[in-house]
Design a protein around this ligand. Sequence first.
Ligand code: NCD
Length: 329
Amino acid sequence: MRRHLLSTADLSQDDAVLILDTAEEIARLAARPIKKLPTLRGRTVVNLFFEDSTRTRTSFEVAAKRLSADVINFSAKGSSVSKGESLKDTALTLEAMGADAVVVRHSASGAAYRLANAGWTTSHVVNAGDGTHEHPTQALLDAFTMRRHLGGFDGRRVTIVGDVLHSRVARSNVQLLATLGARVTLVAPPTLLPVGVANWPCEVAYDLDAVIPDSDAIMMLRVQRERMNGGFFPTQREYSRRYGLDAQRLARLPDKAIVMHPGPMVRGMEISAEVADSDRSVIVEQVANGVSVRMAVLYLLLSGNESAIGHVAPQEYPHENTESKGAAA
Ligand code: NCD
């Protein structure tokens, strides 16, 4: 692993598999009554969120706490300072406080790179979503969920549907899934596909019904109205009719195919309530898996030891008392 996790494009197949395997190991341990590992005791993880988030922020917080790190939640929303300055000032403040890792979400694409590379901090930086650019831990938790259900990636067909233009989840997923050997097809109205998508390691299609029978996993994306400033499609109804996943379309998926969504969902828009709650949906599992995957990422970055997974051995698990001295990492 590198020093930071900024983009799935930086991950080799070995890196990605190491994270998924580590997360799998951690998930197994988390089935025990006492979920906490002593591994990051005395380390500080800062959640630096300049943009709204419910599940990602909480997920990182739970992950860091389960590794016994101290967690500081720094919600920078509403700051009147211009974004570049506020990011720098905040980084310098956190540096002075001795943060070991900074988990950053920002509305500007590239914010996580800036934080990692501008010399403002010596912390490990984890990108928790930067503008429309990348959201690597989301892609990793999606890959973790797919691997569990589909048994692997080779030749598996993943269909990603919706607002690709504004989706950092789609970008991170396309890159990671290509690295892992899956075949990805994006389905979206032409107005919601980015310029240059032809150079991405995936296929592009416009007819959802044609792609559905060939999908092992289908990932629905939210239409990101907060990042839009114009009419990208005629009406909500028209969008749902062409790109929404409803019960009829669900019925045409192959038998073992899974339905995914990174959340937050707009029920009735990109996904019907019936589909979201169906037994093909793994949406709630994605959230649970997010904690294990983020634990693995923090663990691998902060332990500074790639082979460290060997150290998350059951005997290190404190059985009665999470503060037990004998359980030190
Ligand atoms: C996504 C995000 O913030 O990029 N959500 C998430 O992290 N779970 C997708 C979205 O906002 O639609």
